[in-house]
Design a protein around this ligand. Structure first.
Ligand SMILES: [Zn+2]
Length: 421
């Protein structure tokens, strides 16, 4: 799986295609280039820290100036690597390119400005176990302001080629994709990420499964020969492009329609979730382009439910005004001793029931005070080892990173406890 995640992150190399008119620059978040005799069209400009990588890749291919820069959507990994490009423009006295974004991209950045510190904190949660704790994350306070704001579609010409930009909802509400008909090329942004769509990211706001399926169907109509995804390698060949788009559309329709069906039958989330896991078709589970490399199917179930339902999702009034977890756990360990929980947890681990084991160790983690340091230490070490096993078995980057982050936290607490002895 390591190989898949590194191909997803796509570092380091460029690919030229469509008679060398197009180039894929591989940084975390692909950049797409179209080369014309009047200059370049650039689709996305990488994350801030990978801007120099995108710049070097581009300038090893062509010296031409960028005439159009299009943002596939307003996420950090696609719009903020512009610094070296701006320096070059200044140095060579070129005009600034036209910068194209959807109108919702501006609203997104407005929201990011309000939530700047929060997003840095949040992205550390999502990525920290990979890139380290010192990671500050990019800031939207330095953004490139669009000069052309798209609502539904926008068409333009450059160097004798025509281009068509369309808006969709999918991972975001500000998604744009580009159609370059002369060469049969699609630049999709994160509507295609070469793995199961990142539709139910547990940290992030609502995404749009039904719209995502429809977006795939709109792109399918073009019968493209090349598709440059937001992450992952170039997808090449009519049949392959068609296969990726249609299986993704089908998977999005499936998760959406099956959750909705169960909501209409009056089920609460837990029942829907477990039924949905049971009925996941093999054709999706085994498909090369739906691997749970980044997000996963289980997260998508949440996304659909959340699209239509409020936060009270258990149907159990106990959850309406909940007590503190540590108070509940404190009572539980009064009824049954922490040692018993630990003993039972170990049995579950031996049986391979890791998820149940986590539920059973938590009353000790939350309910036992620092004074009882020996038993707390044992519980922290046990939970850490369970999470390590879970992380090893997990293919979704987001999920395994959540496990790994908590292992780091637990190890911190373990070290603290040992020191205080
Ligand atoms: Zn992305």
């Amino acid at each position: 799986m390591m190989e898949e995640i590194s191909s997803f992150f796509g570092f380091g190399s460029s690919t030229s295609f469509a008679d060398d008119t197009c180039h894929l620059l591989g940084t975390f978040g692909n950049c797409g280039i179209v080369e014309t005799n009047e200059g370049l069209l650039m689709f996305d400009i990488a994350q801030e820290r990978f801007g120099p990588m995108a710049f070097n890749q581009l300038r090893s291919i062509t010296d031409k100036p960028i005439k159009y820069l299009i943002f596939s959507h307003g996420h950090f990994d696609h719009c903020f690597g512009f610094k070296p490009f701006l320096e070059e423009i200044k140095e060579k006295n070129w005009d600034l390119p036209q910068i194209i974004a959807h109108e919702n991209c501006l609203k997104r950045w407005e929201k990011y400005r309000i939530l700047d510190k929060y997003h840095r904190w949040l992205n550390r949660q999502q990525f920290a176990s990979v890139i380290g704790d010192e990671y500050k994350g990019p800031s939207v306070n330095k953004s490139l302001e669009p000069t052309i704001i798209v609502q539904n579609e926008f068409r333009f010409e450059l160097g004798g080629f025509s281009f068509e930009i369309n808006h969709e909802w999918g991972e975001t509400d500000d998604a744009l994709w580009l159609w370059f008909p002369e060469k049969g090329v699609i630049f999709s942004g994160d509507l295609v990420i070469s793995s199961y769509p990142n539709i139910g990211n547990p940290f992030k706001v609502q995404r749009y499964p039904k719209h995502w399926a429809l977006a795939m169907e709109h792109i399918l109509e073009k019968e493209a020969y090349y598709l440059l995804p937001g992450h992952g390698k170039l997808i090449e060949g009519k049949e392959k492009v068609k296969d990726v788009l249609s299986i993704t559309a089908e998977a999005m329709h499936f998760v959406h329609d099956e959750v909705v069906k169960r909501m209409n039958q009056g089920m609460w989330f837990e029942q829907i979730y477990h039924e949905m896991l049971d009925i996941y078709p093999d054709k999706f589970a085994k498909h090369e382009y739906l691997k749970p490399v980044y997000g996963c199917y289980a997260f998508a179930i949440h996304a659909v439910y959340r699209l239509y339902h409020g936060w009270y999702n258990s149907g159990n009034p106990t959850d309406l005004f909940p007590a503190k977890s540590e108070d509940v756990a404190g009572e539980l360990v009064k009824i049954i001793s922490p040692e018993k929980y630990i003993e039972h947890c170990r049995k579950l681990v031996d049986q391979g029931k890791l998820q149940l084991a986590l539920h059973i160790i938590d009353p000790v983690i939350f309910g036992v005070s620092q004074d009882n340091s020996e038993i707390l230490l044992e519980a922290l070490q046990l939970k850490s080892s369970i999470l390590r096993k879970k992380a090893e078995q997990e293919s979704s980057f987001i999920a395994s990173n959540i496990f790994n982050n908590e292992i780091i936290n637990l190890e911190g607490r373990i070290a603290e406890l040992k020191n205080s002895d």
